[in-house]
Design a protein around this ligand. Sequence first.
Ligand code: THU
Length: 134
Amino acid sequence: MSTQFDTLLSMAKVAATKAYAPYSNFQVGAAIHTRNGQTFMGCNVENASYGMAICAERNAITTAVTESVQPGEIDELVLYIDRPELFSPCGACRQVISEFMKPDAKVTACNKNGETKTWTVQGLLPDGFSMPED
Ligand code: THU
């Protein structure tokens, strides 16, 4: 039986094959799961103007938001790269992740050797910025 993690890893692998990364050749896939069982994926999309690259995590999250996913509803995010290294989400993605995932939700990075590293959202971005409540 496939676990939620296995499903997300399969999706992240598919997403990585769609990456548009001709400048870095660093093809990233991301997949997310929501509390009501929806799944979404995203890949990184680069540009000749290098600073405009959009990461896989943010593309997955913005895709979910276009389907009405609200802050706090994403309960797991899995990342994949078809390389031997493991990497962690960039700072910009950590901020966006913390907007849409609860502090104890899990983020896992996976590589081509089947190695994984898991963090909580809180662990990725301690003391992150959020708007004060009115
Ligand atoms: N990248 C991601 O997609 N996610 C991250 O968390 C780190 C970096 C992408 C952006 C760029 O297309 C390439 O990887 C190299 O930085």
